[in-house]
Design a protein around this ligand. Structure first.
Ligand code: MG
Length: 232
């Protein structure tokens, strides 16, 4: 059995900043500021890391930031339920076709490995027309601020769900940033980088993923890679 762990933003979906808007709203409500959000690069970072960086830059103490995180998460989901619609969020090229093709493979378990918190991740997917329940397990930003800790959690949850043993040998991490490649490495998983987010294929190549794709449009070729039928 193979475990495929998909990042969300820039990999499965693209959006016009509605995720950022929900986070800004929540931080302003809870902490009274969104910090230097307009000069901050969120790509590849977990939500708790982003919030902690921004609030630290705004002068808040770490203990106060941690205390406020649950309230921020709650407001992000509340705002997301309003803001996350098909007007602002769409699937990345080839994603609906790829997921439909993967649904026919019984020996494949689909999961999420994302910096999003566990309550906003399904909202974003649903807004893009992607059924969140296709992904039977997930590891989220709400689980850990350090993305490199998330693969081990995902493997453990996949094992608990299926009784099957998962490790790096039968696991693929698909993402759009150098941080996704690094977290695949942290678990010994195969790293598939896709240039549909903030980073160009040229930049991603510098981080030496096992596979590098411009997008996920070529369903058959992508299937070969994800199912371990392609030569690296
Ligand atoms: Mg991403």
């Amino acid at each position: 059995m193979r475990l495929l762990l998909f990042d969300i933003d820039g990999t499965l979906i693209r959006s016009v900043g509605v995720g950022k808007a929900a986070m800004v709203y929540a931080m302003e409500q809870v902490f009274g500021t969104a910090g230097p959000v307009d000069s901050y690069d969120m790509a590849g970072k977990t939500d708790p890391l982003i919030i902690t960086d921004l609030m630290t830059a705004a002068g808040l103490a770490l203990a106060d930031i941690e205390t406020g995180l649950p309230a921020v998460y709650e407001l992000m989901a509340e705002k997301g339920r309003v803001l996350f619609t098909s007007d602002g969020i769409a699937p990345c090229t080839g994603v609906p076709e790829l997921l439909a093709a993967l649904a026919g493979h019984e020996d494949v378990l689909l999961g999420l490995l994302t910096g999003n918190i566990n309550t906003t991740a399904p909202l974003k997917l649903a807004a893009a027309g992607i059924d969140p329940t296709l992904f039977r397990i997930g590891a989220y930003g709400s689980d850990a601020g350090d993305r490199n800790l998330l693969p081990a959690l995902a493997l453990e949850r996949a094992c608990q769900l299926t009784g099957h043993s998962f490790n790096g040998q039968n696991t693929v991490v698909i993402g759009d940033t150098p941080a996704d490649i690094a977290c695949a490495r942290a678990s010994g998983a195969t790293a598939v980088a896709v240039a549909t987010g903030r980073y160009s294929a040229g930049t991603l190549a510098d981080y030496q993923p096992d596979y590098l794709l411009e997008n996920l449009a070529d369903t058959l070729a992508v299937l070969d890679i994800l199912l371990g039928r392609a030569e690296a």
